[in-house]
Design a protein around this ligand. Structure first.
Ligand SMILES: Nc1ncnc2c1ncn2[C@@H]1O[C@H](COP(=O)(O)OP(=O)(O)OP(=O)(O)O)[C@@H](O)[C@H]1O
Length: 304
């Protein structure tokens, strides 16, 4: 559904038009029918990529195909629904009036338009009293829901969402996750960026991780996390003073009885240390690394 190959983008800023490389050689492929999470550090290039996919920015080099078409063609936009990171709308309208405006732009009218609006608002759990209030009175979370609701009005095959969960409370995040899953069950391909990695882990079929304008990992969550170094959590029966610990071992929070060993070598040293000190071990847990662990590792690697 989306093909990106060797994509490059440099911004030119300031009076001297100094170049600032945002993307260098980015490639990934989003198969039809998947939920695809796009994650990375601040300033990594997520919004730049999304703006290039939606035709809001022009690439310097590389290839982009969206539903088989160039992103600046009218054809690609026929297949696309898009919600930006900070949706901005004419704020004298109410949410419902805004939906009517965007619905009519997609060629909807009359009863079909009203039914489509009700469907979109209900999916986002936004069919509430506030939808008839002016947008200028909306909270960030309400605006986020309206932004996503307008993006699905045309029932697009492909939905591109820039940070759809940002600014939402836990209930709002759950509503958006469920809306994405429900749309996907109906065949919609969803490409979205997010900093909320636990949400990404829960709903994405595939993930691309971008750091410093380069894709550093791509695959299913299992592919990505199974190659990362696993941690071991060891619970001991008595407190241990931190100054005595072997390298690679740190305390879990403030509990001096649960210790994190960052790899198998640190685990072996810690177990040896416990045996020598006569400390009994209560439990050893092998922790599967999370996307957050992998991203933190990749950011640290890029910085060195
Ligand atoms: N209009 C612009 N002019 C100049 N530089 C820009 C512009 N937009 C983005 N950049 C730079 O390009 C890089 C990528 O920015 P981008 O907004 O794509 O990152 P991001 O991954 O979306 O970040 P965040 O998670 O913080 O939203 C950053 O270094 C940023 O400073």
């Amino acid at each position: 559904m989306i093909q990106v190959e060797n994509l490059q983008k440099t911004y030119r800023t300031g009076f001297l038009m100094r170049p600032k490389k945002a993307l260098s050689d980015v490639s990934f492929h989003v198969p039809r029918g998947v939920i695809y999470g796009f994650i990375g550090s601040n300033g990594a290039g997520k919004s730049t990529t999304i703006k290039l996919l939606t035709g809001l920015l022009r690439k310097d080099a590389g290839k982009i195909l969206v539903a088989g078409f160039s992103p600046d063609s009218a054809e690609s936009r026929k297949h696309l629904g898009y919600s930006p990171e900070q949706p901005y709308f004419y704020d004298y309208l109410t949410g419902r009036e805004l939906m009517r405006f965007y619905g009519s732009l997609c060629g909807l009218a009359g009863r079909e338009l009203e039914e489509r609006i009700t469907w979109a608002l209900t999916l986002l759990n936004a069919n509430k009293d506030w939808v008839d209030r002016r947008l200028r009175t909306y909270s960030k979370g309400m605006m986020q829901r309206i932004g996503i609701a307008q993006a699905i009005l045309s029932k697009p095959e492909l939905l591109i969402l820039d940070e759809p969960m940002s600014g939402l409370d836990p209930v709002g995040r759950k509503d958006v996750r469920e809306a994405i899953l429900s749309l996907n069950r109906d065949g919609v391909t969803v490409f979205y960026s997010s900093h909320l990695l636990s949400d990404v882990e829960t709903i994405s079929h595939r993930v691309a991780m971008i750091v410093g304008g380069k894709i550093v990992r791509e695959g299913t969550v299992d592919d990505i996390t199974s190659n990362a170094s696993a941690e071991y959590h060891i619970h001991v029966a008595a407190d241990i003073p931190t100054q005595d610990l072997p390298a690679g071992v740190s305390a879990q929070g403030t509990t001096p009885r649960e210790w994190i060993c960052k790899n198998a070598e640190a685990r072996d040293h810690f177990l040896e240390f416990c045996l020598k000190s006569g400390l009994s071990i209560e439990r050893i847990e092998h922790q599967r690394p999370s996307l957050e662990d992998v991203l933190t590792e990749e950011i640290a690697r890029a910085e060195h």
